[in-house]
Design a protein around this ligand. Structure first.
Ligand SMILES: [Zn+2]
Length: 391
């Protein structure tokens, strides 16, 4: 892989350039908790002939991000991609990385700016091996064109999900395509589990690991549980069914094995939660992983005032909001448990988001969701079911 200086004003040269002859296999995610992924092979030697479609179905979760992922592979090269958090290096073998390309959406941020945010704000907060490894690469327009061809083929064959129809990738120079400039992409550490070896991937958000600084002094519930119950109540009002039970983030950072076990059972879900040895193994791994304690400390340090009093334009507050929304990717194998953090989306508070944060926080307080004094006949009000969170 060659390197050339980046052309963007904010780049730190040199940014590696991907070879344009890579084979692309598309991975698609659904929104469901257990995702169904399709991989499609495109023959690289005859890009203008209709590709033979090689569909494989996978029934496990995929790594981040939510954008379209393309598994980049090359043949004839040896070596293993080094996946080491922030020290993640561009590989010479692509068998352990995913290529993330940008969707052609007006709201999507350029990959260069997204990487600049990650590398200057988020990465310095974590030691190596804590985040999902990722690095910026320059991507040839030919590669993007081929990827868009894949999407067109999927649409024509009716395989592409309806909510993604007419949405293509930025950086395709052909006049027939939607035009949005993009010369960069992300290479990501591939956390896809090898199901043939008994591996599976857990995805969860630890959310608010310390109480909201704006919660009433007499609070009984953490911010996450207060919000979950409020959402449940809203769903009921709309006639929808929902589960009011859920993960209390405080359990995960309690230092108490029994409480952490309860949290892990929520994350594992049924029937894995019935496997005591598995629960114990994942609990021990999460209790000893550095991610939870680092996130907890950072959230407390970066936002001591809370949504109602903080300056919503301050870098510290917005970073705290990003850290409250990042995702844990935990790959569990029969012998190992590997945790990584990903999905560090930039929070700006713009577009009405800031007002939304304030409104939600005020409602949680005034309607009694923190204190457990909310009005309504809810299942948790039955004996022994009260939701009370402890630090
Ligand atoms: Zn809670």
């Amino acid at each position: 892989m060659s390197t050339v200086p980046a052309t963007g004003p904010h780049a730190e040269p040199p940014v590696p350039v991907l070879p344009d002859g890579l084979t692309l296999k598309k991975l698609t995610r659904t929104i469901a908790r257990i995702k169904v992924i399709w991989r499609i092979s495109l023959p690289q030697a005859h890009p203008h002939t209709p590709p033979q479609t090689d569909l494989s179905e996978y029934t496990n979760s995929t790594p981040p991000p939510s954008e379209i992922d393309l598994l980049a592979t090359t043949s004839g090269e040896n070596g293993v991609a080094k996946a080491n958090g922030v020290n993640f290096q561009p590989p010479t073998d692509y068998s352990h990385v995913l290529l993330r390309l940008r969707k052609c959406l007006p709201s999507s941020e350029s990959n260069l700016l997204a990487y600049e945010y990650l590398s200057s704000v988020i990465m310095p907060l974590f030691p190596p091996g804590v985040m999902v490894g990722q690095t910026l690469v320059q991507v040839p327009s030919k590669l993007i064109s081929r990827a868009n061809d894949t999407l067109h083929d999927l649409e024509e064959s009716g395989v592409r999900p309806s909510h993604r129809l007419n949405l293509y990738l930025a950086g395709d120079p052909r006049p027939s395509e939607q035009h949005m400039e993009e010369h960069y992409a992300f290479l990501l550490e591939d956390m896809t589990p090898d199901t043939s070896r008994g591996e599976f991937l857990l995805e969860f958000k630890a959310k608010w690991l310390v109480q909201s600084p704006n919660a009433p002094v007499e609070w009984k519930r953490c911010r996450n549980c207060a919000l979950r119950l409020r959402k449940y109540a809203k769903s009921l009002k709309k006639g929808k069914s929902a589960d009011w039970r859920g993960l209390c983030p405080f359990d995960l950072v309690s230092g108490d094995t029994k409480r952490a076990c309860n949290g892990v059972k929520r994350i594992l879900g049924y029937p894995r939660s019935e496997d005591e040895k598995l629960v114990e193994r994942v609990t021990q791994a999460l209790m000893s992983c550095s991610q939870l304690s680092i996130l907890k400390e950072l959230q407390a340090h970066l936002d001591p005032l809370g949504i109602l009093k903080a300056n919503h334009k301050s870098k510290e507050f917005l970073t705290a909001m990003t850290l409250r929304d990042c995702t844990f990717f935990v790959k569990v194998s029969p012998t190992d448990v590997q945790a990584r953090l990903g999905d560090f989306d930039v929070k700006s508070g713009e577009g009405g988001k800031s007002d939304y944060w304030v409104r939600v926080e005020n409602e949680l307080i005034s309607e009694g969701w923190y204190n457990g004094t909310e009005e309504g006949d809810f299942p948790w009000k039955a004996d022994g079911l009260e939701v009370v969170c402890r630090v």
